[in-house]
Write a new protein. Structure first.
Length: 162
């Protein structure tokens, strides 16, 4: 893997957090347009698709008045990118999401690991698959709408028993 490829994958890894934190759910959808998504140990990864990802974010992630953002910061760290053959790369990285609202002091609300597979198509890298292991959960009531937080907590509880 050439350094330019490594750098493109590294920068791509940070595209989703930038869109999510800005409340750009259309940008999130575009990022996941060609991606199979899943939770580690959960259902088999399924194609997200741009429209479905955009709709899911709009339905599950709260945006606050003013800037129309979730008032979050996704911090990606401990990034390891490896060559996985011609036009293919894998990465493992930690993600910690911080949030602050009028009702919530600045704090981490979720932390876990992304297991990603990237592919190079027509000279451009894109995310092909993401498995998430959201192992550490904090106060999600200001972030997720509906029963999304409960579903995530149930999945994490099952994972910790296994």
């Amino acid at each position: 893997m050439e350094f330019s490829d490594w750098l493109e994958v590294y920068n791509l890894l940070h595209q989703y957090p930038r869109c999510a934190d800005k409340g750009d759910f259309e940008g999130v959808g575009k990022f996941y347009a060609h991606t199979k998504m899943g939770l580690l140990g959960g259902e088999q990864a399924k194609p997200a698709g741009a429209e479905d990802a955009t709709e899911w974010y709009g339905r599950t992630v709260r945006r606050f008045a003013g800037r129309n953002t979730p008032r979050t910061r996704h911090v990606i760290s401990n990034v390891v990118i490896t060559d996985d053959g011609p036009n293919s790369a894998k990465s493992e990285s930690y993600v910690t999401v911080f949030q602050q609202t009028d009702n919530l002091a600045l704090q981490p609300i979720v932390s876990g690991t992304y297991f990603d597979r990237f592919e190079k198509v027509d000279g451009r890298w894109r995310l092909a698959e993401r498995l998430e292991d959201m192992e550490l959960l904090g106060e999600l009531s200001e972030h997720l709408l509906g029963d999304s937080a409960e579903g995530l907590r149930s999945h994490v509880a099952l994972q910790s028993r296994g």
